[in-house]
Design a protein. Structure first.
Length: 115
């Protein structure tokens, strides 16, 4: 995304620093990766419907690029092995249906930890 100009040089440099810090300081093991998978169009419609400041200028093609990266990373595993299993939620469903989906997987998402 940096290559096509979707992310500024400054933002890219900050993301690289954060990634390197997290990778270097992985003292807490990762139990599970939860992928909230939704089409870029659904994401775009939802962020415009909620009207949060700072999100009004997010373009659909930016979300499409993010989606491709997450698919390549978490589904196709093109960037190497993952540190934990991936649980994929289909988040294209209406929001009111997603709560019951989460509740049905709560124990798995929380890795058995009670809150």
């Amino acid at each position: 995304m940096h290559n096509n100009g979707s992310i500024s040089d400054a933002d890219y440099e900050e993301l690289v620093k954060i990634y390197q810090w997290v990778f270097k300081n992985r003292s807490i093991p990762i139990d599970l990766i939860v992928y909230l998978r939704a089409s870029p169009t659904v994401c775009w419609e939802r962020l415009h419907a909620r009207k949060r400041p700072g999100e009004e200028d997010i373009l659909l093609n930016y979300l499409e690029d993010l989606h491709k990266l997450h698919e390549a990373w978490l589904i196709e595993r093109r960037f190497g092995p993952l540190p934990a299993p991936v649980l994929v939620f289909d988040c294209n469903a209406p929001l009111h249906e997603l709560l019951s989906v989460y509740r049905s997987h709560k124990e798995q998402v929380m890795c058995g930890v009670e809150l």
